[in-house]
Design a protein around this ligand. Structure first.
Ligand SMILES: Nc1ncnc2c1ncn2[C@@H]1O[C@H](COP(=O)(O)OP(=O)(O)O)[C@@H](O)[C@H]1O
Ligand SMILES: [Mg+2]
Length: 234
């Protein structure tokens, strides 16, 4: 497995990002800069706009207003197709529930992003198995997601998120469905792999213990970053 170093990581720059769902405001003009290789936690109460911000930063949605840059890409100026290609190749995402395909083995789940990029099956499976080893679940490569624990499934989901060697990882409540021990071990894994790969990470959580793994924490309230509460965690 090659370590890409910080040269591979993407910086993030969001300016004036605002979004509504119908008439309901979700984000009210957010400015956020994340350096390449930095790990930032976005915290805040439920409904404060954390997931919407993550979707805007990762190009899942185009916000109503504002600009998002990922490295040299102005995500907010890109077509839907270009955004989804960027997401498939340069962006990794991890959700609360692994969202693995239940009918596929862990190895096939992790290989999937490579197969979507038309990599040959043998090569994709070899790379997938190497990533499963990296996250400590190589023994479970041929199991279905329903046959492994929540923490093991989340490790496989992290392998799937990183198998294309993205420059940034977006994680939305990645420990939200785990007990505290499994959650801690997944956070240690994310922190270690991010450091080894030189990855930029934006981590959404409402758990202060999870946020403490980040280099820096920013707080969202009612769709606005609470500037007074920007605290350096480390
Ligand atoms: N798809 C959606 N349709 C309508 N309203 C939504 C949708 N997603 C989120 N919202 C609303 O936008 C606001 C912010 O939601 P969200 O970004 O999910 O916050 P958080 O992740 O912090 O809980 C909330 O008021 C929520 O109800
Ligand atoms: Mg959310």
């Amino acid at each position: 497995m090659t370590t890409r170093g910080e040269g591979h990581a993407l910086s993030i720059e969001a300016t004036g990002v605002a979004h509504h769902y119908g008439r309901r405001p979700a984000l009210g003009g957010v400015d956020l800069a994340v350096a390449a290789g930095e790990m930032v936690a976005v915290t805040g109460p439920s409904g404060s706009g954390k997931s919407t911000l993550l979707h805007a930063l990762s190009g899942v949605i185009r916000p109503d207003e504002g600009q998002v840059r990922l490295g040299g890409h102005v995500v907010t100026a890109m077509s839907e197709d270009a955004r989804s290609r960027l997401r498939r190749t340069r962006v990794g995402v991890l959700f609360q529930f692994g969202q693995l395909v239940e009918e596929l083995t862990l190895a096939d789940n992790v290989a999937l992003p490579l197969l979507l990029e038309r990599r040959g099956r043998g090569d994709a499976i070899t790379t997938a198995r190497a990533w499963l080893a990296r996250v400590g679940v190589e023994d479970l490569a041929d199991e279905l997601p329903g046959e492994v624990s929540g923490g093991q499934a989340q490790r496989a989901a992290l392998a799937r998120a990183l198998v294309t060697n993205p420059g940034v990882l977006f994680a939305d409540e990645p420990t939200g469905a785990l007990d505290s021990r499994a959650g801690e071990s997944v956070m240690e894994l994310i922190t270690d792999v991010a450091a080894e790969e030189g990855l930029t990470v934006v981590l959404v959580t409402h758990d202060a213990r999870v946020a403490a793994y980040a280099d820096r924490e920013v707080v969202l309230r009612d769709g606005m970053l609470d500037v007074d509460e920007m605290v350096a965690v480390r």
